[in-house]
Design a protein. Sequence first.
Length: 202
Amino acid sequence: MIIFLNGVATSGKTSIIHELQKQAKFPLLKLGVDNFLDMIPADYYGWGPKAKDGIQFVREEDENGPITRVYNGDFGRAILHTIPPVIAKISARNLNVACDEVLFHDYYLKEYTKAFKNLDAYCIGIHCDLEELIRREQKRGGYSIGLGRDQINKVHSPTRFYDLEIDTTHTSSADCAKQILEFIAANPNPEGFKKLEVAFGV
């Protein structure tokens, strides 16, 4: 089984997965985009001197303050294309996986849809109000400042078909995880990715 969480940076996905691992009555692996980003050499990530070829953060300013945008170079795109089949391969070995993503483009969602075909995969949207995202970014500091404002209108587009949507603005990670596990127990046949298969023709 795959529990796929899609949401803006700092919306609480990682904390929810840690709670899922605590609460689930079955072993659950955490494997998502952050695991792969951790493998990238520092020079090719963030503000590194070669980040233009990898995953690059660009800090800008607009009328509402700082905004951070993420751009993918050839090396970065190669990594992102690798993630869906790796997760699918692990799940196909009868291992349960919880993965987190920040989907900017339908292209990568289509990659996940192809990889997860014939697998039990739940597509779950993780939402958070922009004001709360900004508060969390300021508390965390570092690279996350301004990511929320750039991502919030990209990540949850009309092409997303979710089995379940969770709002973390005023709900704890523990309660969000409880909601997800209760939903899975009551709905053993996920439909989100099957709808995406139809939408994308895969």
